[in-house]
Design a protein around this ligand. Structure first.
Ligand SMILES: C[S@@+](CC[C@H](N)C(=O)[O-])C[C@H]1O[C@@H](n2cnc3c(N)ncnc32)[C@H](O)[C@@H]1O
Length: 214
């Protein structure tokens, strides 16, 4: 008698990060300080509560910790990325988590979400941003910092699933959640990958203390 066998295909994005975590910890570290100057500008308070959502191996949190920031947390759905991050940056090992159960919503002064949106398909972008912003403390001094791919030649051929979102789509989705864009810049890829370009936006409530960028 032939048994029915159900083969569960794992998600290619999870598979990619799980199987490349140790290599990516080294590669992402070479991205240098990246968002750090902007983070320090929008959130100079070293005791601010900061959540890096999709933190990968924790590069940005390690940099913040080394600058004196004390209230840090990183979440990434890949357990292997978290393990690789703890090994790479032992100084923040206790800040890195692969689950968000027991994490209070409406709690963080700054949410960072760097290089994650490209894994969210268009139909799920609004729900993803809604979840993200639910962790933000409703305050005039709270901010969301997004860095997301806007140009990625050959993204369709990636082994992980990649989707590009335009700045207008992201802006609109956040506007519908009550957040305004305070600044938006584009930046070249910090790892010099050909043709890749990133949008970097800072968002908050209209009453935010942050001055809108010219
Ligand atoms: C390109 S890495 C960026 C890591 C880190 N933020 C950085 O800037 O170096 C993308 C990360 O997004 C995570 N990720 C993928 N889908 C996600 C989701 N739906 N929610 C949160 N993180 C996700 C992956 O596990 C991976 O670690």
């Amino acid at each position: 008698m032939t048994k029915n066998v159900v083969v569960v295909e794992s998600d290619p994005t999870s598979h990619y990060y799980s199987h490349n975590a140790a290599r990516l910890a080294e590669e992402y570290d070479r991205a240098g300080d990246g968002l750090l100057p902007l983070i320090v500008k929008i959130c100079p308070d070293e005791s601010a509560r900061i959540l890096d959502y999709g933190c990968g191996t924790g590069r940005d949190l390690a940099r913040l910790h080394d600058r004196g920031y004390t209230n840090l947390m990183g979440y990434d759905p890949s357990p292997e990325m978290i393990v690789a991050g703890r090994a790479k940056y032992p100084q923040i090992e206790n800040y890195l988590h692969h689950e968000l159960t027991n994490i209070a919503t409406a709690f963080f002064d700054l949410m960072i979400c760097s290089a994650v949106l490209q894994h969210i398909e268009a139909g799920k972008l609004s729900a993803f941003l809604k979840k993200l912003t639910s962790y933000l403390r409703p305050s005039a001094s709270s901010h969301l910092l997004l860095s997301y791919a806007i140009q990625w030649p050959g993204y369709e051929k990636e082994p992980r699933r990649v989707f590009l979102h335009s700045p207008a789509e992201v802006r609109l989705a956040l506007h519908e959640l009550g957040l305004s864009e305070f600044s938006f810049t584009t930046s070249q890829d910090s790892l010099s990958r050909a043709g890749r370009e990133w949008g970097v936006g800072v968002y908050g409530t209209p009453a935010s203390s942050l001055t809108a960028a010219p």
